[in-house]
Each structure stands twice: as structure tokens, then as C-alpha cells.
Design a protein around this ligand. Structure first.
Ligand SMILES: [Zn+2]
Length: 155
């Protein structure tokens, strides 16, 4: 039996050892959504080291720009994730699946029971679909919508 009621992924950046999300995706049997996140940090507030790391992630990892003109605030994203989990929950499906430490940390902070498929061996190359990245990306790299679709298919 599959205990998962929804799938969640996040892509973002580390600065000063804090994770700043830029994109969340949620998926269930009822549909999928992706959200741009405005973490409200500006590039010129970062150290030179963090700026280099941020640029690397934009060019080569997930393709998301660091700053965003328009996006949901982090509190709104928390409310969306909780609502998405709760409306898909039933007696047999009560875990939110994720594959990264960052998504697992968010689910833990929100008190949502979770299953980190990454700890069970799910990797990006293992679950990747041929889905094109959503429109939030300036480079066609890793998209969180692709990750949640891949996780659900691999279950
Ligand atoms: Zn995306």
C-alpha cells in the first residue's frame, strides 16, 4: 500500500547557511501546482562567496533567478502546503512525500508526517521525467514540478 497522499518539492538557495526557497511544487491525485516564492533577500545583501554559489545554481543546477519581482511570501506558501496536505489526507494516505532535506525540513516545521524518498534511494536522475521546466526558470534545469511528477511515477 502506498501511504503517500501528496508530493512536495522545493528548489532554492543557501545564503549565510540559511535556505531560501524560490519554487515549491505540490502534487496529488487531484492535480499539481507550482509557486514562485519571494524570499525578500536581494543579491547585494549576500557575501561574495554566496553570490558565486547563487550564480552557479542559477546557471547549472535549477535555473531559477535569485531575486523575484513577484512571488508568494513564505507564510503564504506554508498555508498552501498545509491546505494541500490536509485536503488530500485520508485514513490510508497520510504521508507527504519529498526527496530532499530542504523539503523534509519544511514538512517537519509544519508538523506534517513525511516520507523522504531520497533516504530510500530516490535520486534526480532516477526519477527525472521529460517534462519541460516551468516558466519560472531562466535556464532549463531542475524544476520542482518535474521532481514531484517523477516521485509519484516512481511509487
Ligand atoms: Zn519550475
Amino acid at each position: 500500500m502506498d501511504y503517500c497522499c501528496c508530493y512536495i518539492d522545493v528548489q532554492g538557495f543557501y545564503a549565510n547557511n540559511v535556505f531560501y526557497p524560490r519554487e515549491y511544487a505540490v502534487l496529488s491525485d487531484h492535480g499539481a501546482s507550482v509557486f514562485s516564492v519571494d524570499h525578500e533577500l536581494k543579491m547585494d545583501q549576500l557575501s561574495a562567496n554566496d553570490q558565486r554559489h547563487v550564480l552557479y545554481l542559477t546557471r547549472r543546477h535549477h535555473g531559477l533567478p535569485f531575486e523575484v519581482g513577484k512571488g508568494a511570501k513564505i507564510q503564504s506558501i506554508n498555508d498552501i502546503i498545509i491546505a494541500f496536505y490536509e485536503c488530500n489526507l485520508d485514513d490510508d494516505h497520510f504521508l507527504a512525500a519529498c526527496k530532499s532535506k530542504e523539503a523534509e525540513d519544511k514538512l517537519r516545521a509544519l508538523g506534517i508526517p513525511r516520507l523522504n524518498l531520497g533516504k530510500l534511494g530516490a535520486t534526480w536522475s532516477g526519477i527525472k521525467t521529460r517534462f519541460e521546466p516551468c516558466s519560472l526558470h531562466v535556464n532549463p534545469e531542475k524544476c520542482s514540478i518535474d521532481a514531484v511528477i517523477g516521485m509519484k511515477k516512481s511509487r
